[in-house]
Design a protein around this ligand. Structure first.
Ligand code: PGA
Length: 255
């Protein structure tokens, strides 16, 4: 079955020395925890140092975004092969902050996702509806549009499916302290699983992990993770403190 996967999205936080302090605490406190895959997504400037510090650890390192081209005249961009070179094994694409603040369209996200897989990394593709879209009854339609444009082409084996993760993050729950109810989250995740089944078949959809994101905290992680289609979490604010992040990882352990 699917190994739960918990990722800390640090966003625009942590100097190199702050990053090393946090990741050293995580490494020590998570070493004994089995059955959950874990990764952290520091800002670009801390990736190399963090990856070096985690060399002898099972904790993975993720980029928060990348460009779809691997090299060239693209001032300010970082490519998937460069992330791999810096020690990343994962990259997040299509986070709602990228979509709303930096104009990443679903088509752009899909190109990024394919570039990440082509570079040999795993990809976390984020989707999620705004509050206005939910209130208008458009949640599933928005998820469908985003999935149609943002998912990478995937041909193959179970191994490939384990390198694709979808993060369902309702925009109204990100950084707001408002979490989706377990029922709302499970309903959305089941819908995503259905679409993944149509696209990749039962074996593929059974292997692809769907993370929940949006104000995940130690106090709500346990009940979210108990839902059958929630396979881990993409954690923002609560991933900046070792104690909170470790508690969320523990809550994701298979029961
Ligand atoms: P949050 O962020 O946990 O601070 O709500 C989640 C995310 O944006 O991935």
């Amino acid at each position: 079955m699917r190994t739960p996967f918990v990722v800390g999205n640090w966003k625009l936080h942590k100097t190199v020395s702050e990053a090393l302090t946090l990741v050293t605490e995580l490494k020590n406190q998570l070493a004994a925890i089995k059955g959950v895959a874990v990764a952290v997504a520091p800002p670009f400037t801390a990736l190399t140092s963090v990856a070096k510090r985690l060399e002898d650890s099972a904790i993975g390192v993720a980029g928060q975004n990348c460009h779809w081209e691997s090299k060239g005249a693209f001032t300010g961009e970082v490519s998937a092969p460069l992330l791999a070179d810096a020690g990343c094994t994962w990259c997040i694409v299509g986070h709602s902050e990228r979509r709303t603040l930096f104009g990443d369209s679903s088509a752009a996200v899909g190109k990024k996702a394919s570039a990440v897989l082509a570079a040999g990394l795993g990809v976390i593709v984020c989707i999620g509806e705004t509050e206005a879209e939910r209130d208008a009854g458009r949640t599933f339609a928005v998820l469908d549009e985003q999935l149609a444009g943002s998912l990478p082409a995937l041909a193959g084996s179970e191994q490939d499916f384990a390198r694709l993760v979808v993060a369902y993050e309702p925009v109204w729950a990100i950084g707001t302290g408002r979490t989706a109810s377990t029922a709302q989250a499970q309903e959305a995740h089941a819908h995503v699983r259905k679409r993944l089944t149509e696209r990749f078949g039962g074996a593929g959809a059974g292997a692809i992990r769907i993370q929940y994101g949006g104000s995940v905290k130690p106090s709500n992680a346990e009940s979210l993770m108990a839902e059958p289609d929630i396979d881990g979490a993409l954690v923002g604010g609560a991933s900046l403190e070792a104690a909170d992040f470790v508690a969320i990882v523990k809550a994701a352990r298979p029961k």
